[in-house]
Design a protein around this ligand. Sequence first.
Ligand SMILES: C[S@@+](CC[C@H](N)C(=O)[O-])C[C@H]1O[C@@H](n2cnc3c(N)ncnc32)[C@H](O)[C@@H]1O
Ligand SMILES: [Zn+2]
Length: 275
Amino acid sequence: MMPPEKVGMTSEQRYYEIPSHWEDRKFPESEIERFERTSRLIPGDVKTIADIGCGNGLFLKYLHEQSQRDFRLVGADRSLTALQHVAGDKVRASIDSLPFADNEFDLVTSLEVLEHLPIDVYNRSLRELSRISRKYLIISVPYSQDLSRSLVECPECHSQFNPNYHVRSFNEVQMANLLNDFSCDCIDVNTIGMSVSYLNYPIEIFGYRKPQKLQYLNTYCPVCGYYSETSVNPGVNLGMIDDQKNLIFKNILKKIWPKIKRSKWLIGIYRKVNK
Ligand SMILES: C[S@@+](CC[C@H](N)C(=O)[O-])C[C@H]1O[C@@H](n2cnc3c(N)ncnc32)[C@H](O)[C@@H]1O
Ligand SMILES: [Zn+2]
């Protein structure tokens, strides 16, 4: 039985209410780089910042503690559990209906949120982010994610989905044009971080790119609601046999297979054009 406070929530909303997702308020190495690069983009005339989809407020905390500048900071998120960790001003709200005035903040940031939004919410959200910004927006997303290769399979109903609920993927061109219809010009699009992945790797042999991350774990199926707190190996359902011989073969192939370096994130900075 689902706890009563979670009835009516989507699987993704329930996922973000899982306390363990938010408990660690330390800065992991990879996040520091993301936050550092993001904060370096903040123009000199910015005094007020709203971070939309702020999660547990790590970026706001970074700005408060590490930046030499004095900002008025506000966080907004849909997850109550995440917001409990945000120390400063915060509001529970959905990104597509923000309780802020037009042009209220010099800068609006939204980091690693847009890739989660279904189409109806998505367009309204871009309008909202632009509406509450007076001067600038900074948006980051995963770099050109191949969504077809990052699926887990629900052991109950066998539907496949991205375990982090990513439903869209962005490249440089899409980021450059992201806010064209919402009174904003793109100033620049940058890449952040670096990861190594296999070039056109055969999924049947290697399984998933990061099996340890993509196990069906702490995830709610968006179709039937199945939830598992312990890991469920998606490979088994997809017909991959993981016996010892196969494992040795896989490991040799992995060593010799051509690899490519890819950026982890794309980050766009935009200027509001008040027409
Ligand atoms: C991957 S986390 C990113 C958290 C943080 N911005 C960061 O960069 O570490 C995505 C966040 O978006 C929030 N989110 C997803 N859909 C949302 C919506 N419709 N309205 C507000 N927040 C939303 C989630 O609750 C979660 O905190
Ligand atoms: Zn299911």
